[in-house]
Write a protein that binds this ligand. Sequence first.
Ligand SMILES: C[S@@+](CC[C@H](N)C(=O)[O-])C[C@H]1O[C@@H](n2cnc3c(N)ncnc32)[C@H](O)[C@@H]1O
Length: 233
Amino acid sequence: MSRAGLDKNPREVAEMFDGVAKGYDRTNSVMTLGFDRRWREWSRRVLDARAGEKVLDLAAGTAVSTVEYAASGAWCVAADFSIGMLLGGKHRDVPKVAADALKLPFADDVFDAVTVSFGIRNFNDTEAALREMARVVKPGGRLVICEVSTPTFRPFRFVYMRYLLKILPFIGRFVSSNPDAYQYLAESMRTWPDQRSLAEIIAKAGWEDVAWMNLTFGMVALHRATKPQRVDG
Ligand SMILES: C[S@@+](CC[C@H](N)C(=O)[O-])C[C@H]1O[C@@H](n2cnc3c(N)ncnc32)[C@H](O)[C@@H]1O
């Protein structure tokens, strides 16, 4: 079965996710020991979507987070370029759109908020995607990113980087239909920027008030930011 390389070729990434879509939700819960529920819960709280708002859940996969945001009464759309993943979430009653994060099929300034959970690490140009997200969000609109990150407690970080990420592909052999994808998962996690570096990329892409909070010892981080208000004149 296919896996993407670290150049994150969009076709390879989409094919890889098509290949793991069946059973993705279950595998995800097993691999995270159920912590994914808590991380999604925190994302929902930080996003703070309200009735009447329009929210873009980008790289939404099976729309597992999208339905959680939609429970607030906001209009939430799940966008992803893996049709397999979107189909995997067909039982979830939210609008779904096939879309590439680097070329979104939406007009400028239409969403109140944009969010990405465990997706941005797979984009082949992080900064360009962040600029594209800023384009579709209204001035003053919000960005929330939930992504794996770098554990903050030094001894744990050592064990995590040295051992846990190494056994991930091995575990993938037992729980996934595409074990090679778990090799990619471990490699992409090891090479992903830490909390501060990602905050700098977000700011460089034009977002302001960038801040983050660590979840589960920093294994996951939630970054939030705001699109600057338009300056007249
Ligand atoms: C690990 S899954 C996360 C899915 C979901 N957000 C969740 O929290 O379970 C990553 C998703 O990112 C999507 N993705 C990766 N690169 C993308 C891109 N350039 N445009 C749109 N979706 C992308 C993949 O297709 C996949 O569904």
